[in-house]
Design a protein. Structure first.
Length: 161
């Protein structure tokens, strides 16, 4: 009965499909948020009241579980979104963006075998980020950017490792 509460049509597996049952189901849906039973014409037997109270007690737990486990956001499967996700990874190094980019790539690669994997572009972003170009020419900055370029090249050779 709990399975069929929010369905538009009653479940026919174990529950009887009579008018009385349908009225009772509609009454339960209407009275879910109430703490006391309402005075409608449907019979309020102990079994029905127990079912209603069980559902009222279970709703906050269900909502709490749903809040703890958020739904995975649907990804737009397009080459532009794939590049955007990889660009966000290049800026933040957040693995979620990398995984999203790779997931989009897999789906697009199934349709188009000639599609190339997106590349990490962190070095280019850092290289253009200097407000004063003479700072870019400092020895320490050059060494660190060379290291970053080596790591980026290594990662771009095999993104799956």
């Amino acid at each position: 009965m709990v399975r069929s509460l929010y369905q538009t049509e009653p479940c026919g597996t174990t529950e009887p499909l009579c008018q009385q049952y349908e009225n009772q189901r509609q009454h339960m849906v209407r009275s879910l948020g109430q703490n006391e039973p309402c005075g409608h014409v449907e019979p309020l037997c102990q079994q029905y009241e127990d079912q209603r109270q069980h559902i009222v007690r279970a709703l906050p737990q269900t909502v709490q579980r749903a809040a703890q486990e958020p739904c995975k956001e649907a990804l737009e499967v397009s080459a532009a979104n794939m590049e955007m996700q990889m660009n966000l990874f290049s800026r933040t190094f957040d693995k979620i963006f990398y995984k999203n980019s790779q997931e989009i790539f897999k789906q697009l690669h199934e349709k188009d075998q000639s599609l190339k994997s997106p590349k990490i572009s962190t070095w280019e972003l850092y290289d253009k980020a200097f407000k004063f170009q003479r700072v870019r020419k400092y020895k320490f900055v050059i060494e660190e950017l060379n290291k970053l370029e080596q790591f980026e090249d290594n990662a771009n050779l095999n993104l799956s490792n």
